[in-house]
Ligand binder design. Structure first.
Ligand SMILES: [Zn+2]
Length: 432
């Protein structure tokens, strides 16, 4: 199965210096957690149609485009790129956890297309961020952009995507769906001829849950959890800023869920009555990422705790506010059990470590998700709900559409607490 695409990118040079090159990431070509996918860049031109030279970087996911003229500070650059990609199909070759999360492939009647287009790399500080894709955690560090997407799929397919579908038209090639996003860090697409949808409204927000036809009850459960989570997070952190949110049952590998702007994936393994608890909590965790990662961005490679600890903590806020104190105590006990197991094994790091410093996915999750959530919950108890949630609301308001820094959040918490928390931060966030 394959994909062909063309994109026009407009970007302003905000680096403060003249640049002679621009970098794109073709993430699915990185292998690792993307599996055996392959993306190939074709023609690249400037706004005048002049062909530009490009070359692959050290990592197959990195492409450097040479600019013929200096790109001056404050100046807008328009580039046109064409590309194609092979979408691996499950069944055509064996698939194991070593072959990635399954986020760029066709399997079980669903095609997941994570990072299916060349994405502009982030320029910051002294240069372009061209980090290798890690073996675990989230791979994509990107900035906010507005997307206008025309996606042509075979007739009879539902196209689930970031943003809102504003038009569709049939042609000889299939059906072209037009989407507009608000400010978004990525544009995710999934397509399927078979998933069934259930929908609900939360205020102005249209919430949808897509599930396999035989998992209708679990799809309805995910929808109910999503509705509750949206309500809790709107009230606790500040309003969700988009019109739509989609929850999608997906055959993920080695993952319970994955977040994209406006779309969250929840593992098909959780879409059974026996997994109701983990389905609810995972749905809430992934939806919390719309606040922590989506609206408030962070450097997911160097400060992964800033979205993962907050999303895990937020799933606890959802449990406590919706299911009550007893349910939350049992969730907290699960966090503690995992953390204490890690402590006994001597594999717990510091919450604020970068993803690359952990020796395994297990250590990373134990530290960043669970110890991180325990740290935030302990701090909440220490400084009180009023100060704690005031700080989070200010963080959400102040950092929206930006890339936040961990120290900025800690400073806000300290400010709202009205006292010095250095010793607490050292113990819970900066120490092993
Ligand atoms: Zn997460």
């Amino acid at each position: 199965m394959s994909l062909r695409g063309a994109e026009r990118v407009r970007v302003v040079n905000r680096s403060g210096r003249a640049l002679s090159e621009v970098y794109f990431r073709l993430y699915p070509s990185a292998g690792r957690l993307y599996g055996p996918a392959r993306m190939e860049l074709g023609r690249v031109t400037d706004d005048w149609g002049r062909p530009l030279d490009w070359a692959e970087g050290a990592d197959a996911s990195v492409v450097r485009v040479a600019l013929p003229d200096a790109w001056r500070p404050g100046e807008a650059l328009m580039l046109y790129l064409e590309w194609r990609a092979d979408i691996p199909v499950e069944g055509e070759r064996p698939w194991t956890r070593e072959q990635g999360y399954g986020i760029f492939r066709q399997a079980k009647g669903l095609t997941l297309l994570a990072e299916w287009f060349p994405m502009l790399a982030v320029y910051e500080g002294e240069g372009w961020r061209l980090d290798a894709v890690p073996d675990w955690g989230d791979p994509v560090y990107s900035e906010i952009a507005f997307y206008e997407v025309w996606f042509t799929a075979p007739e009879g397919y539902t196209v689930i995507a970031t943003g809102s579908e504003v038009a569709s038209q049939a042609s000889a090639h299939g059906v072209t769906h037009a989407f507009l996003s608000g400010p978004a860090r990525d544009f995710f697409v999934a397509l399927s001829p078979s998933l069934k949808v259930a929908s609900a409204r939360v205020g102005d927000i249209s919430l949808r849950s897509y599930a396999y036809p035989e998992h209708g009850a679990a799809g309805a459960e995910a929808l109910a959890a999503g509705k509750d989570a949206l309500g809790v997070f709107n009230a606790r952190f500040g309003p969700y800023l988009y019109r739509e949110l989609d929850i999608v049952e997906a055959p993920l590998i080695g993952l319970l869920g994955m977040e994209y702007p406006g779309v969250v994936l929840v593992s098909d393994a959780l879409h059974t009555p026996a997994e109701k608890w983990r389905l609810d909590v995972t749905t809430a965790h992934e939806i919390a990422h719309q606040w922590w990662y989506g609206v408030v961005g962070n450097d997911i490679l160097r400060e992964p705790w800033l979205d993962e600890a907050l999303a895990t903590f937020s799933s606890g806020v959802y449990v406590q506010d919706i299911m009550g104190g007893e349910a939350f105590r049992s969730q907290y006990a699960q966090w503690m059990e995992r953390y204490e197991t890690g402590q006994r094994n001597g594999t717990v790091g510091a919450v604020t470590w970068p993803v690359g410093r952990f020796r395994s996915s297990w250590d990373y999750v134990t530290t960043v998700y669970y110890k991180g959530a325990i740290a935030l919950q302990t701090l909440r108890a220490e400084i009180g709900d009023d100060a704690f949630f005031r700080a989070l609301r200010r963080y959400y308001e102040r950092s929206r559409f930006q890339v936040a820094r961990g120290q900025g959040l800690l400073d806000l918490l300290e400010e709202e607490a009205g006292r010095d928390l250095d010793a607490f931060f050292r113990q819970w966030f900066f120490s092993e």
